[in-house]
Ligand binder design. Structure first.
Ligand code: ADP
Ligand code: MG
Length: 239
């Protein structure tokens, strides 16, 4: 299987504190990988380095065979969806989704076809002329995902995208995201501190603790054969 993303000895220090400590990881094309770990363990920092929003202190980030450490975010073929989806309240849903394409100055025909395609996948077709303020929380999150889809990224990064939603909506969106992954076949990296999300969504789970990888494996591998007590405790295998 071709490699979509390779992290080779990636590290990050803020002032004197090393918050990512030599992470090695290889992600295959089309994989759905979940980064899980307690708050403050470095999940967002790792994602932000992959996206190019944060410089690495050391190591290499390789996307599709190319080292991208010096490439700006827009050139990396990556789209990131955040927890606090900053939609523009004065713009229609259509223009919110189209926004990154306007920045790239794509022709109107291409904008129309990409936005309509994303709206179809996300079942937002009937909402395109509404303002975000008139939508439910789940629909607003879908608009934020639509904004990522229209960029046709090689890799999607999700940073705790569901943590602002209530429990029922969260489980509905989990299913929707997994269907989206199946439909698009894109590589997706999904960050969460929620063990249930990790266990139900991942092809492979990466368990992080204090800036280091504790274990990488399928949900069942981690559940039945945790390498250590931290992983066992986190994934919730009965001991
Ligand atoms: P997570 O997303 O897993 O909760 P983060 O990646 O946000 O963790 O943070 C990892 C560590 O790095 C934390 O100790 C946090 O305080 C620190 N950190 C994150 N961003 C900065 C920054 N810009 N300056 C200084 N320290 C930071
Ligand atoms: Mg975070």
């Amino acid at each position: 299987m071709a490699s979509a993303l390779t992290l080779a000895n990636v590290s990050k220090s803020f002032v004197n504190t090393e918050v990512i400590k030599g992470v090695d990881l290889d992600i295959a094309q089309g994989e759905f990988v979940v980064f899980v770990g307690p708050s403050g363990c470095g999940k967002s920092t790792l994602l932000r380095m992959i996206a190019g929003l944060e410089d690495t202190t050391g190591g290499d980030i390789v996307i599709d065979g190319n080292r991208v450490n010096e490439l700006p975010p827009v050139k990396r073929g990556i789209a990131m969806v955040f927890q606090s989806y900053a939609l523009y309240p004065h713009m229609s849903v259509f223009e919110n989704i189209a926004f990154p394409l306007r920045v790239e100055k794509l022709p109107q025909g291409e904008v129309d076809s990409r936005v309509n395609g994303a709206a179809r996948v996300l079942q937002l077709e009937s909402r395109l002329q509404q303002r975000p303020g008139t939508l439910s929380g789940g629909q607003r999150q879908r608009v934020a995902i639509g904004r990522a889809i229209v960029r046709q990224p090689k890799i999607f990064l999700f940073d705790e995208p569901l943590s602002n939603l209530d429990a029922a909506l969260r489980s509905e969106m989990r299913v929707e995201l997994m269907e989206l992954h199946k439909r698009l076949g894109s590589t997706m990296i999904y960050v969460t501190h929620d063990q249930i999300e990790a266990m139900t969504m991942a092809d492979r789970i990466v368990v992080l603790s204090a800036g280091e990888i504790e274990q990488v494996g399928s949900p069942l591998e981690l559940y039945h054969r945790p390498d250590n007590l931290f992983v066992a405790g986190f994934i919730g295998s009965p001991k």
